[in-house]
Design a protein around this ligand. Structure first.
Ligand SMILES: Nc1ncnc2c1ncn2[C@@H]1O[C@H](COP(=O)(O)OP(=O)(O)OP(=O)(O)O)[C@@H](O)[C@H]1O
Length: 257
């Protein structure tokens, strides 16, 4: 019997780019309501793994299960129906749009890259309901006073919150984030993770890649370390995470960078 707390599981994921094996048998398990962090040096395969999990890349071998359903190689737009969403850096055209419009776009074409949503200006019929939902999310993120500002005028940290807001428009069970605090000032970076903790308290699961360990380690439940397309260490809970970080294998790859 599998742990009933498990929400996501990958089994022996293999991904090639040409001859190059970017993922070499990756198996991870993510518990419901946890904040799970994947770390590893540049090029170790972290982004490739989350792209496979969220349907932006196809696995060559292995399976991905979400709530015990096989979701291997499903399209991002389909994964939205399962409750999986990935945050994206706000692309240039969305920076020209208001904060409110950025959230509405999250709902119009859920699961896809937000840029694709620009071609689907269909929000008019459901507008009122969606705007109400968007404002609730903006209030939660403490961004409602900025609703009519162009996203591009916001600070880096506020823009990251908008990215989370777009994801929340889809009522996700799990949010996958690639470097949610990259380039964000420390104060706002902690704000972002405090929002993550509030959402976690509401039962949302997080799978995160982040390099800024000094900040992110304060907020996580579970840690995986990747190197050369493989998981080389794993720990859940404070004690195990401490052991992972002092594991000579892990120390060596960071010093070797
Ligand atoms: N589309 C692609 N085509 C060819 N090679 C790729 C492609 N995407 C990634 N790679 C290669 O696969 C390896 C893993 O890349 P990936 O981006 O997953 O690493 P990462 O751990 O996320 O690194 P970083 O921390 O720098 O983002 C790297 O060697 C990279 O050059």
């Amino acid at each position: 019997m599998r742990d009933t707390m498990e929400i996501l599981r990958t089994e022996n994921i293999v991904k090639y780019f040409g001859e190059f094996k970017a993922l070499d048998g990756v198996s991870i398990s993510v518990n419901k309501g946890d904040v799970t962090l994947i770390i590893g040096p540049n090029g170790s395969g972290k982004s490739t793994l989350i792209n496979v999990i969220t349907g932006f890349l196809k696995a060559d071998e292995g399976r991905v299960y979400f709530e015990n359903k096989d979701i291997t190689n499903k399209e991002p737009a389909e994964l939205y129906h399962y409750g999986i969403v990935r945050t994206f850096q706000t692309p240039q055209p969305l920076k020209e749009m208001t904060v409110l419009e950025n959230l509405l776009i999250g709902e119009i074409n859920p699961g896809e890259s937000p840029l694709n949503s620009l071609f689907y200006k269909k929000w008019i019929p459901k507008e009122e309901e969606m705007v109400e939902k968007a404002f609730k999310i903006l209030e939660f993120l403490k961004l409602s006073h900025l609703y009519d500002r162009k996203a591009g005028e916001l600070s880096g940290g506020q823009m990251k919150l908008v990215e989370i807001g777009r994801a929340l428009m889809t009522n996700p069970k799990m949010i996958v984030m690639d470097e949610p605090i990259a380039g964000v000032a420390p104060g706002l970076a902690h704000d972002i993770f405090n929002h993550v903790l509030e959402l976690k308290a509401k039962g949302i699961t997080f799978l995160i890649i982040e390099h800024r360990l000094d900040i992110v380690l304060n907020y996580i439940d579970h840690l995986y370390v990747m190197f050369n397309g493989q998981i080389i260490a794993e720990g859940r809970g404070e004690e195990e995470i401490k052991n992972v970080l002092s594991d000579p294998k892990v120390v060596e790859i960071y010093i070797g960078e």
